[in-house]
Design a protein around this ligand. Structure first.
Ligand code: ADP
Ligand code: TYD
Length: 210
């Protein structure tokens, strides 16, 4: 199986990305990959500023938030100690919980999608995922999952917004279908079934590049 892949998991909040990153990491390791599992917003200084916005600690205009994600993503790629490019160079397969499609979907209610795509053009030029995996669940299912056991929700976590974000993900996939490798997985299945569906896609990817 091809090593050294860059895989991005996408989906609305609560779609099961972090659950699947864990399962995928185990499967990749069992297949002999060195795996670096990572996420956006990152845990850098820029990422923690973003988290302060989501928790309501600081307030910023949505356009500024979109700009912070552009910077956070570039640092995610270029950071000298643990940037994705460095990890790929060292032979790791990198799996990320969110990448630029999250920006296209989450920020386009506030500015044109083309602006968001342009603003992230340098990241796309530096590194496109070998595969973008979209875990598809409805906004209703998302709200059920993310409100369970929680007393508060974050910015962007409302039913109406998640419906919009889901529609915008689909719009972005259509817009970029000629330049991006994208697959959609039914997120309503059990965790293990989804993990199996994802694994099939990774195997297909490896076969295609051999
Ligand atoms: P995300 O990282 O996309 O926000 P998580 O993996 O944290 O999503 O999952 C959100 C919630 O949904 C968690 O409570 C998790 O246990 C649950 N969950 C994850 N996958 C499934 C699934 N396939 N079916 C039902 N619940 C799930
Ligand atoms: P995350 O911690 O992945 O939340 P979850 O586990 O619930 O999916 O992401 C936090 C929020 O950041 C989420 O609502 C989506 C948002 N986000 C953007 O608005 N733009 C972006 O570019 C990214 C990567 C995330």
């Amino acid at each position: 199986m091809t090593k050294n892949l860059f895989i991005a998991l996408e989906g609305i909040d609560g779609s099961g990305k972090s659950t699947q990153i864990k399962l995928l990491t185990k499967k990749l390791q069992a297949a002999g990959h060195k795996v670096y599992a990572t996420f956006e917003p990152t845990d850098s200084r820029i990422g923690s500023m973003i988290r302060d916005v989501f928790s309501g600690k600081i307030e910023l205009d949505h356009k500024v938030i979109a700009g912070l994600f552009v910077a956070d993503r570039l640092d995610h790629l270029l950071n000298k100690s643990n940037g994705i490019l460095k990890m790929l160079n060292e032979g790791y397969t990198v799996v990320t919980d969110r990448y630029y499609f999250s920006s296209y979907a989450y920020h386009s209610p506030y500015m044109s999608m083309d602006w968001v795509i342009e603003a992230n053009a340098l990241s796309a030029e530096l590194l496109r995922p070998n595969l973008n995996i979209y875990i598809d669940i409805s906004a209703e299912e998302s709200m059920k999952r993310i409100t369970k056991g929680r007393t508060s929700t974050e910015l962007y976590e409302t039913l109406d917004n998640l419906k919009t974000v889901r529609t915008l993900y689909l719009k972005a996939f259509e817009k970029l279908q000629d330049v991006e490798n994208i697959c959609t997985i039914d997120g309503g299945k059990s965790e293990n079934e989804i993990a199996d569906d994802i694994w099939k896609k990774i195997e297909e990817l490896s076969q295609a590049s051999n």
